[in-house]
Design a protein around this ligand. Sequence first.
Ligand SMILES: [Zn+2]
Ligand SMILES: [Zn+2]
Length: 627
Amino acid sequence: MSATMRRLTSVPECLEGKGGSESFASFIERLAAHQLVPAPVTTLLAATGLIAEDRYDALPAGYGIDLTPQQRRDFATVCDLSLDEVDSMLMRQFDGVAFDLTGLDVADASSVRTVAHREWAGFAGSACCPACLQENGGAWLLRWKLWTSFVCMEHCVLLVDRCPRCERRTGSYRADQGNRPRFATHVPMPGRCANSLAVGAAGTGKAARPCGQDLTCLPAVDLSDAARLLQAQQDVNAVIKRGTGQVAGEQVPALVYFRHLRSLVALALHGARVEDLGELPGPVRNALEDYILRRDDIRYGEAGRKGTSLHPYKAPPGDVRVIAATLPWAVEVLRQPDQLALTEALRPMIERSREVRGSQIRRVGVDFHFDGALEMALSRILAFRAPLRHTVGHLAPAGTGAYRTFRPEHVPHLIWRDDYERDFRPLLAGSGVGETAVRVAISVALVMLTGQHSRKSAVPLLGLEGLHKGTSLPVVMMHLNSTQQVEAFQTALHALADRLEGPGPHRDYRVAQRQLVAFRVVDTATWLNLGEAAGVQVSDREAQRRNAAAWVWAEVLSSDPALSPAMRGSTPQERESLLKCYRDFLHLHQAALEPALLEVVADIKVHLETQHRRFHALPGEGALLDR
Ligand SMILES: [Zn+2]
Ligand SMILES: [Zn+2]
């Protein structure tokens, strides 16, 4: 301690509340204002050993961030504080927790600026809670400087971060000059805005005056009903306190947790729509809508230009309300119990991002610094092996994050003909895939909306195991992508899902398939009657009755005759000859016989339903179908 310094006689109590401790700059302000003869900040800094002379330009560069060991000891002695108390007021205490100060030298203003920018470290300016300022004699909590602080848990209000008088960020220190306080040669007024007034209103040089707005009486948005937002802030505060956080059920260092939060918030700022971010209180929602409008304006203005000036990762949002809109979503993504759940929670936002970036979607991971669990989720979402899930959008509409709830057994092997003709065929003209393969692919895609299914696991749910592999689906999706019809396909697919989730009855195609498992030929009597009804001379050859059975089977089950039991030869050669015989039958007789065959189809459908109902009413009765 140098000879010029003396122990201060009047030291305000260093605040240490539930919200953490007071910021260093705030303590200095109050210290200056509390002296018997209130003094300017520079005088106080000289008296406490922080600057050698009582001159503005002698202020330390990393003001409020850290002190040299000598400054720290002197300051503690003069103010009669413990070293721990001094440390608790410095941003350095969040090093390795909320940010990483590697490379920061408090004596070098440019290193301070670089690190602040890199880490979203919030050295300059601060949000505040007016009620807290009021209750604590104008003391500012250190934590309000962190970008992740948006709620006062004490008063359940949204923090305020803009002064209505000067329209600048509150608690502003000059980031361009190592975060030195403005008006350091004035006697500070705790609880009042110390920003400069707008140019013109403020005066310059020695005539310049601070804004002076009373911050303790500013209105703040009440969040006592916003449980999501309170919970998110509580989660974040707990991570700071513990020094560790949970991501997808795994414990990670706080620093990793905060990096993930930052990646997610930046991603949301980049692509989110209002409905993607969960329930929000009115003023927060309005601010988000404004943000999105401005963002999209810029984006459309720059459409077609290479690159964009929009890069949300580079700086934290300059509006606490926008943090309040995005951070809870980010916290909820990280809070998912396992990797799979985290992936699903992230998926809709990645899809949003895809709307913006198209084929550049993979850059998202680099631009938003995804690593660990987020990187894993992203690569799963973008995996080539799952072309359907991310292009079809397997989730229920409106981003509820839920799978569709209809039953896979209500989906036939081949998507219903009428729907196919009307909604899908036009999209798939020129895909080079045959009708049966396309219709199977659509059925597979539909089943995949009901859960965490791959094409492989969807095929058995459709009763197609051993019959069809649905391998055309990726080709279909590629065609839709290249013709930019994915959205139309999604819409048509989800319309089917809506119908299946609507009022029934819906046919159970798997039960019907089991009932018809032995249906290889139409019986002679039916066949002869059918020929008579159609006015066609038919012979009682088994081959003809088998062909008729294949046709009827496919109609009843909305399937393909080639998949029917009637066409299942014991060798590939036999099967091939059965199919050839069937094609000849179609060529010769289909037109004439179709009306009569359709009546048989209708009869069988009724018969199956009745059998099915009876079977379920009287278990043990036995046979399903006696054909
Ligand atoms: Zn408060
Ligand atoms: Zn102001």
